[in-house]
Design a binder for this molecule. Sequence first.
Ligand code: FPP
Ligand code: MG
Length: 322
Amino acid sequence: MAAIPDIVEKDLKKLETSIDKLITTKIHVIKEIVNYIIKSGGKRVRPILVILSARLCGYKGEKHIPYAAIIEFIHTATLLHDDVVDNAKTRRGFSTVNTVWGNEPSVLVGDFLYSKSFELMAREGNDMILQVISAATTALSEGEILEIVKTADINTTEKEYFQIIGNKTAVLFAAACEIGAILGKSTQQRRKDMSNFGYNLGMAFQLMDDILDYTSFDNVLGKRVGTDLQEGKVTLPLIHALRSATDEEKSYITKVIDKPRITARDFSRARKIIEKYNGIDYTLSTAENYTKNAKGHLKSFPESRYKEALLTLTNHMLSREK
Ligand code: FPP
Ligand code: MG
């Protein structure tokens, strides 16, 4: 990510070493699949948040590194599951694990990473962090399930959409930041501030993801553009457009969203409808509001290069291209 601050560079090197060290298994294929996805060029946004939050909250030790690795493992586990659910063919510019090895290995290696994360956390023995992460993973599953329930439902409301993305994405961002505050032995208020900062940032991140799914290009994004429409996901650009769309446009979207395979023409027509009703601009300004809220939660923290880095990362969220 372009906004990766220099001050976390050393910690990020340690993170990579820690990732290698912590994935212990005698089963060769697990190692092969984990390496394949985890070395495929993820942005490491969530581990960066753990690192910066811990330092912002005055933490001086080294435990933030294994926790940053654990957060990345959990995130990777969700991607291995999500790509099966979404029938995704590419991620980060490579074929997905489900495409190369099949659905079963993708789900089961996801289970391995998820279980390994909890094994490692139990070993660390910090109950507060364990509580935060277990609540976050429960929310992740709820978000993903609610999303399935709402598949192809063109009456999905903005509120329901926020509930979905809040659970499936923002909650893990919130947990990453709260871990930092817990490590720094912060007050309850600071813990809340860090968690709220992460939550709002996570909302902005997913809103941008849902914009890029309509506006980007496969080779830039590293995954297939138009997947949301193809998979029947009714995201904010579409929700907003549907509020003002004509009956004819609505029935067109209903037809497309139910199709097992959409064509390039279908996608381009849907995109035109979204553009006509400013679905992208509306989503962008919603994301901007979330970044403003996120920054507001950092106000009470004293100025530091870590705070500066978190603010830069937050601003960068709105211009991210992948
Ligand atoms: C990506 O969304 C998916 C998520 C952020 C959450 C996935 C959660 C699960 C599969 C359930 C929980 C699993 C575990 C192991 C606790 P997206 O499909 O909009 O993004 P994408 O375009 O990058 O695929
Ligand atoms: Mg997906």
